[in-house]
Design a protein around this ligand. Sequence first.
Ligand code: AMP
Length: 280
Amino acid sequence: MLVVRKIKEIITLVAEEKLKGKKIGFVPTMGALHPGHISLIEISRKQTDFTICSIFVNPTQFNNASDLTHYPRTPEKDIELLKSASCDLLYMPDVNDVYPEKDVREFDFGYLDTILEAAHRPGHFNGVAQVVSILLKNIQPDLAFFGSKDYQQVMIVKSLVKQLNLNTEIVACPILREADGLAMSSRNMRLTGEERKIAAQIPKWMQEAVLIIKNEGVDAAKRFVLQKVDQVPEMKLDYYEVCEAETLMPLKHLSPGKNAVSLIAVFVGKIRLIDNWMIN
Ligand code: AMP
């Protein structure tokens, strides 16, 4: 696996691979890799001929300075994991390579940028759009793979690609979970042993809430989740919402033929975790 630190090198390498007729796959990450990230590499390897991964903790998407400082960084381990996964190329830049000058672009995602993560992390998706647009414009992959764990992010990135008329297809990939159901996340390694056990309740409550949504409606499910979270002193609910899966418009009841998704953000101690659960 090649490891490069300059975007200019990638542009040349990708051009060479494309000349050979190869289809390019791209998996952007912030590192501290876990099997969830590796599943994206595996999907890319199945669907393309040359897989590029990036590891870059993007400062512009953090609306909380302490979260950025404490974001886990495990570069040596990441490189080993990517090698084992047969990733072809790793881009691991410095901030200056991605942002030679300050990025002052403001994106407009309309409704999508007013709800859920956008409402609770102002500026977050603008930072995501900045970095993803720079990476996609330079690398020009045929396909880019994103995890459905960041459900709203996938929708934002799809909208970004449309707005900028980019030639990359965005592929949403399934959420990988730990044996106890907790969605894999780089942030999980910051949980204490006790917090880690507590966090495993999140997907269980979301699953239980599905039945309540079906039988009693969304408001009852919201009361159920809030009450469960409130019973645990280490936890604080940021939001729990049930939305139409295609648009993320809030729902009160399920409608036949339309998919729904429940989305949650919870603090466990100081760590903010997100997850979502599809409801058919
Ligand atoms: P991150 O490093 O957290 O920015 O994540 C990089 C990519 O990996 C994003 O597209 C995430 O949605 C995806 N990802 C993170 N956790 C998981 C998971 N548990 N299962 C599948 N994809 C994931």
